[in-house]
Design a protein around this ligand. Structure first.
Ligand SMILES: *[C@@H]1O[C@H](CO)[C@@H](O)[C@H](O)[C@H]1NC(C)=O
Length: 362
């Protein structure tokens, strides 16, 4: 794997002038600049494809907007970081405008789904972690269920119960026994596991604290420990294209749940390397696509619902879901950098599990 070298090379070849950030630690400044540039490119992809963006895409960019606001306000306190703060703030403003406009298209393409999941793209729903923790390896399952009995339909139905957005008029946070059992089922993996975590993460965002939700933190610890284990396994087997989506989703969700060990520098390097540099999206790597490029028509209008997890491949291989998870993962990296001022060295420590020093100064 040549990725770490590629990244160092990138840092070394960056033009010095625009990067002569007034930051005590220039490597941090360079990394923040790289992430911001990637996010600016992804945002112009969102702008150009706004009518095609599904709800998943909107959720990822909504999380990014919250992360950028957090970054903006952390950096605003430091006069030296004003330029970076301004840049994050401008990007967040642009996203706010685009997300407002995207609701119009979502209303056209899938009004039912929009009504059910609208809280997740509303201002104030997503909250940044208030404290950081790390995953606990002793919670990793000894074996996994082979059969995935977890359908996206049932997972969605339980999320709707949680949000209280169904047509039955039920209050948020009230759950059927079916959903309680499904969302706490042990030894799940893949998207089933990430949706179990998403469920408890949304319960936290929604403010559910009673009944099963008294144990929310226990389940969040359990699920993220296993998502970390799966990400490490995915990394060990090379992070091929189909595995990238879940890998980034795990970083997005567990990062927002406050697990800083998902923000590894080498994972950041990998994600940055997956972006389509021209279009700004994430998706199927173009150079490995041996078929002549074919446009797979959008399935909106054919299916009643546009699945959140559905991959919307256009001729350039861009995927809505991939792009959404990538920007929210990258936004988390930026936020963790901003949340740990570099002179404390804590960000360097957390981002660098592979032991390479991040700081140029001791
Ligand atoms: C990890 O989890 C185990 C089992 O629940 C627990 O005994 C241990 O204290 C935890 N370790 C940390 C560092 O939280």
């Amino acid at each position: 794997m040549a990725r770490p070298r590629l990244f160092l090379l990138l840092l070394l070849t960056l033009p010095l002038q625009p990067l002569s950030l007034p930051w005590p630690d220039t490597t941090h400044g360079a990394i923040a600049g790289l992430i911001l540039s990637a996010l600016e490119r992804a945002t112009s992809f969102l702008e150009h494809r706004l009518p095609e963006i599904n709800l998943d895409g909107a959720v990822g960019f909504q999380v990014l907007e919250v992360q950028l606001r957090g970054v903006q306000s952390k950096w605003a306190h430091d006069a030296l970081l004003q330029p970076l703060s301004l840049r994050a703030g401008q990007l967040a403003d642009k996203l706010l405008d685009l997300l407002r406009r995207s609701i119009y298209y979502l209303e056209q393409s899938d009004p039912v789904y929009l009504r059910e999941f609208q809280p997740s793209i509303q201002q104030g729903f997503w909250k940044l972690p208030q404290a950081w923790t790390r995953t606990n390896t002793s919670l990793v399952y000894h074996w996994l269920e082979l059969l995935d009995s977890f359908s996206e339909e049932s997972s969605d139905a339980c999320l709707v119960q949680l949000l209280g957005t169904g047509t039955d008029g039920d209050q948020p946070c009230r759950l059927s026994d079916f959903c309680k059992a499904l969302m706490t089922k042990p030894r799940c993996s893949g998207y089933s596991l990430s949706h179990q975590l998403l469920f408890f993460l949304w319960a936290r965002m929604q403010g559910c604290t009673q009944g099963l939700f008294r144990q929310s933190q226990h389940y969040i610890n359990l699920f993220c420990a296993n998502m970390m284990d799966l990400n490490q396994r995915a990394e060990a087997t090379g992070l091929s294209y189909p595995a990238q989506d879940l890998f980034m989703e795990n970083i997005m969700f567990c990062g927002m749940a406050g697990f800083s060990d998902f923000y590894k520098l080498r994972w950041l390097e990998a994600i940055l390397s997956w972006q389509n540099p021209q279009v700004g999206c994430f998706g199927k790597p173009a150079d490995r696509d041996e078929e002549p490029q074919e446009a797979i028509p959008l399935r909106q209008g054919i299916l009643r619902r546009v699945r959140r997890r559905e991959k919307l491949f256009t001729a350039d291989g861009c995927s809505c879901h991939n792009t959404a998870t990538a920007v929210a993962a990258l936004g988390g990296f930026l936020y963790v950098l901003a949340d740990y001022p570099p002179h404390y060295g804590a960000a360097a420590e957390m981002l660098l599990e592979d032991g390479r020093p991040l700081t140029a100064t001791p």
